[in-house]
Design a protein around this ligand. Structure first.
Ligand code: GLN
Length: 285
């Protein structure tokens, strides 16, 4: 079979299964399976495929049809213009989290020191902390996760982004790390698990395939609060704490950040869909 035939069959199959963006999905999947980008894929349309290539592609198509996210099948996801390795050990980086990163980078621009110490709690793939290190060469980042599997993916991503010399990795619960560390930080940030186990809005594919330790926290906000509270003592005199949260957790988290009594400025930041998505608290002297 030729590349074009496999692609056309896959598009048709995805359409029959009522998949949205059938063509794009098929191009990404077949391209990734053959190690080709979209342009290369089209250039190789008439190339006959080996039997084992066809078998491999068929396997990938089957996984996609079963609902497995594309990122786990291709082991890759773009985030903030960078490429991250992902496996089912880590949450797939989301566009909402780019909002957090963007605001963090804006804050870093206001600092004029030579070294900026950053702490990323529950780092998963490393997409938050590593993106900051990649975009600002002054950043030294500590990345903490309870999952050894996640940390090894984050380490691989640090290597492939070539920021490993400015990264340190810690296998720990976030609050334990905060209670033990002697260091204080210019910026503490996180995308913690913030979905209540009783939440009925979680999409099936997310629930079926993504790591539950990265998604669910008792009452939704329990870890947001625990980590923020433990982090307060580890912030420098002038510093920022930022956390991603659920779209309906803004008012509650704003009250909580106010009750911590350390921030001179507290903000709720909306994501691109207009939902409350990030809580931030700034210390200023
Ligand atoms: N934004 C993710 C989702 O809705 C949740 C991520 C998280 O709990 N940190 O699937």
């Amino acid at each position: 079979m030729k590349t074009k035939e496999v692609l056309d069959k896959t598009i048709q199959f995805f359409r029959d299964k009522k998949m949205e963006n059938a063509r794009l999905e098929a191009e990404w999947l077949i391209g990734a399976g053959l190690g080709l980008d979209r342009v290369q894929l089209y250039l190789k349309f008439d190339q006959p495929l080996k039997d084992e290539e066809v078998t491999k592609l068929r396997e990938m198509v089957k996984r996609r049809i079963s609902g497995e996210p594309l990122a786990y099948i291709t082991n890759s996801r773009g985030f903030y213009g960078l490429e991250f390795k992902v496996t089912p050990e880590v949450l797939i980086p989301r566009p909402e989290t780019e909002t957090l990163v963007e605001k963090a980078l804006d804050y870093l621009k206001t600092l004029d020191q030579e070294v900026i110490s950053v702490l990323d709690l529950g780092t998963g793939s490393g997409c938050i902390g590593l993106t900051l290190a990649k975009k600002d060469p002054r950043v030294k980042v500590k990345l903490v996760d309870i999952s050894p599997g996640a940390l090894s993916i984050a380490k691989e991503n640090a290597q492939s982004l070539n920021v490993q010399d400015r990264c340190e990795f810690f296998e720990s619960k976030a609050d334990q790390f905060l209670n033990q560390t002697k260091e204080s930080f210019d910026l503490i940030l996180s995308n913690p698990p913030y979905i209540a186990p009783t939440d009925t809005h979680v999409e099936k594919d997310v629930k079926d395939f993504e790591p539950h330790t990265a998604l669910f926290a008792e009452s939704g906000t329990s870890l947001l609060k625990l980590w923020s509270q433990a982090g307060i003592a580890k912030l420098k005199a002038k510093s920022l704490m930022m956390m991603e949260m659920g779209f309906d957790q803004g008012p509650q988290m704003k009250d909580f950040y106010t009750s911590l009594g350390s921030f001179s400025k507290i903000e709720i930041i909306k994501d691109l869909s207009g939902h409350d998505r990030v809580i931030s608290g700034e210390k200023n002297g």
